[in-house]
Ligand binder design. Structure first.
Ligand code: SF4
Ligand SMILES: [Zn+2]
Length: 400
């Protein structure tokens, strides 16, 4: 079989999660990563089943040039026990002073309060107020499963504390999808919470995780819901399950699969999508991240039509309905940040087997590890997993 070396990089040993040298190849139409751990031997893992698309998504950037966001787990408690959870530790907490220290030390503009479930941290409203009063240049963001937001008084409290926007996990609408991810049907709580966010006009990003054979067919429904609610939903974030935290065996979903899912649901060709990513992706240069603005693609498309303006608005109306189209048409005087928009972001989560550390280290969002260190997002999560593995391997202490 033909093999073509793409680059040398660093990766992880899937057995012990230590950092090791690796090489990325094109072989048999796939992108493949090969590496050898001194203790656990050689590994060969598929990085993507579509080498052509993989190469088109890869970045030309050499280094991280931007610090966009910092994700801080402010609560290690959770009101759910999901099948796939990337932060399964419970029963510990950073002190409020430690959290404030992490915020002050970070160059990132977007401070994302996460968990576990951050709404279970009693001091969350005060932490939001702290960001707004002590770091007015930063944004206070909530990454949540949304259950607590089903209470309108709690959602109002976060809004009045200064919450800038919310990242809300929504993996689909079918009760069976909720049951597969979260162990029970959350439909009514999620819809009540989304209703509160809409009423309070809290800008919201929907975050959808895709698991093969569970909810791939629901992406189009979640997209439709987002476009029908442009008054508060600004973005739909799509990601795949990986093998981080409690993630058990799963059928892999690669970046090329995610791109094809988006293409099928939007009716945009892969070329249109790739072109938009090249234009709008100022935030990250990594093969694991992708962003596209739906309305930019419609604008570009309409230029080829006989009546470009008519063609653009017809398409907006078809996708976002009359309320979305009217909303967009009557706000040309607003600041760009406040104008109606809709992006699709794709996060292709690596596995321990196929992670390309040189790529993920360019990603501009950091995550605080359980040890309190801010590292590039996926590197932090694998560091937690490595520490957990090492702790499990330690011999139990002798009784006194
Ligand atoms: S995935 Fe999120 S909501 Fe689910 S158990 Fe883990 S922390 Fe809680
Ligand atoms: Zn090893």
């Amino acid at each position: 079989m033909d093999r073509q070396l793409i680059k040398k990089t660093r990766s992880l040993c899937p057995a012990c999660l230590r950092e090791i040298d690796a090489e990325l190849y094109l072989a048999g139409g796939k992108a493949v990563i090969e590496k050898k751990c001194g203790e656990h031997g050689a590994f060969s893992e598929v990085a993507d089943t579509d080498a052509g698309l993989y190469l088109k998504c890869s970045s030309t950037k050499k280094n991280r040039t931007l610090h966009y966001g910092l994700v801080i787990p402010v609560s290690y408690a959770c009101d759910l026990s999901c099948r796939w959870c990337y932060l399964p530790e419970r029963g510990r907490e950073f002190t409020v002073d430690r959290i404030k220290g992490l915020i002050a030390a970070s160059p990132a503009r977007h401070i994302v309060f996460s968990g576990g479930e951050p709404c279970l941290r009693p001091e969350l409203p005060d932490l939001i107020k702290h960001v707004k009063s002590s770091h007015p240049e930063k944004r206070a963001v909530l990454l949540t499963n949304g259950l607590k937001l089903a209470s309108s008084s709690y959602a109002s409290l976060l809004k009045s504390s200064g919450l800038d926007y919310c990242i809300f996990s929504l993996n689909g609408f079918r009760p069976s999808t909720h049951a597969a991810f979260n162990g029970r049907d959350l439909s009514s709580e999620k819809l009540r919470a989304l209703g509160n966010l809409k009423k309070l006009k809290i800008p919201t990003i929907l975050s959808m995780t895709l698991a093969r054979g569970v909810n791939e067919d629901e992406f189009a429904d979640v997209l439709r819901f987002g476009l029908a609610n442009l008054d508060f939903i600004r973005q739909l974030r799509l990601r795949n399950v990986s093998d981080i935290g409690t993630y058990g065996p799963r059928e892999p979903i690669y970046m090329s699969d995610l791109l094809k899912t988006v293409s099928a649901a939007t009716g945009f060709s892969l070329d249109e999508i790739l072109r938009e990513n090249a234009v709008s992706n100022r935030r990250a240069g990594t093969a694991n991240y992708f962003v596209m603005n739906i309305f930019n693609i419609l604008k570009r498309r309409s230029r080829a039509a006989a009546h470009p303006r008519f063609s653009f608005w017809k398409d907006v109306y078809r996708r976002a309905g009359a309320s979305g189209a009217l909303r967009m048409a009557f706000e040309p005087d607003r600041q760009p940040e406040e104008r109606t928009t809709f992006e699709i972001e794709i996060f292709s989560w690596p596995t321990a087997g196929n992670i390309d550390l040189d790529e993920v280290r360019k990603f501009p969002i950091s995550h605080v590890t359980n040890g309190g260190e801010a590292l590039p997002f996926w590197e932090a999560l694998f560091r937690n997993d490595r520490d957990r593995k090492l702790a499990a391997m330690k011999p139990a202490a002798e009784p006194a």
